[in-house]
Design a binder for this molecule. Sequence first.
Ligand SMILES: Nc1ncnc2c1ncn2[C@@H]1O[C@H](COP(=O)(O)OP(=O)(O)O)[C@@H](O)[C@H]1O
Ligand SMILES: Cc1ncsc1CCOP(=O)(O)O
Ligand SMILES: [Mg+2]
Length: 265
Amino acid sequence: MQLSLLNQLRQENPVVLNISNFVTVQDVANGLNALGASPIMSEEINETKEMVHISDAVALNLGAFSEEQVKHIRKMGQEANRAFKPVVLDPVAVGAIDYRLQVAKELLDEIDVAVIRGNAGEIAALAGADWTSKGIDAGQGQGDLVEIAQQAAQKFHTIVLLSGADDIITDGKRVTIVHNGTPLFAAHVGSGDMLSSIVAAFCAVDPAGVYEATRVAATVFARIGELAVGDQSTMGPGTFTVNLLDQLQLAQLEQIKQNIKFEEA
Ligand SMILES: Nc1ncnc2c1ncn2[C@@H]1O[C@H](COP(=O)(O)OP(=O)(O)O)[C@@H](O)[C@H]1O
Ligand SMILES: Cc1ncsc1CCOP(=O)(O)O
Ligand SMILES: [Mg+2]
């Protein structure tokens, strides 16, 4: 795995344009910034073309959209496609709310999305698989998550990153499973949104290799979570959040490379 993309990212400092949600916007901005990317957020549709022009990748988060924001998301995605800037979509809670699923599917029809990053419930809903989601969380189901991720990737002609205790990255055929990470990620609202924007940052560094960029992003983020926990046996989400932000900036490639656990299929 080309983990050295992290150093390239830190050198290039790519601009990542985000449609965020009001819950996690600061996690996303600070997470990108600490890692070595340059975040910018936008809520004004009239600046879309210029915004995309100055950006290297776009992350579209469906966490708290309104009808107005959907127009903005559509325009931003299509503008990014015209400018050949990679687009990452985070379909927050589409497994729990049918209306969200419908909007996400429409956007996927209208925008050429490079990567969909979601939890099991979200990716299962997009794939049309049997699964019970719970709000923004993954929920529960019996299906094989690798097959579900592959189905979603094939259906939408995109790379899928299905995150959770294991992260599954697939283009529909190739599969990488990353076992690194910490359950404390799930105790912090915004972990998934941070990851989606970080995927966009890695795609900006290597737009020709979206699959590689996505699996590197997942691995780097998971290892940084582990480094944030360190050897402390008890830690709560408060300390984890602070340490995560610190490690996003401080963690060096050599530390990240230690103890990588992934398999390829
Ligand atoms: N139980 C877990 N163990 C290890 N890592 C986890 C666990 N749950 C989530 N993560 C990690 O948290 C990050 C966010 O993923 P996830 O929780 O699936 O997203 P979301 O917040 O959108 O539901 C990913 O890096 C994922 O690997
Ligand atoms: C709580 C909440 N409600 C709407 S968006 C959102 C944040 C979701 O963040 P994440 O998917 O990263 O946990
Ligand atoms: Mg999420």
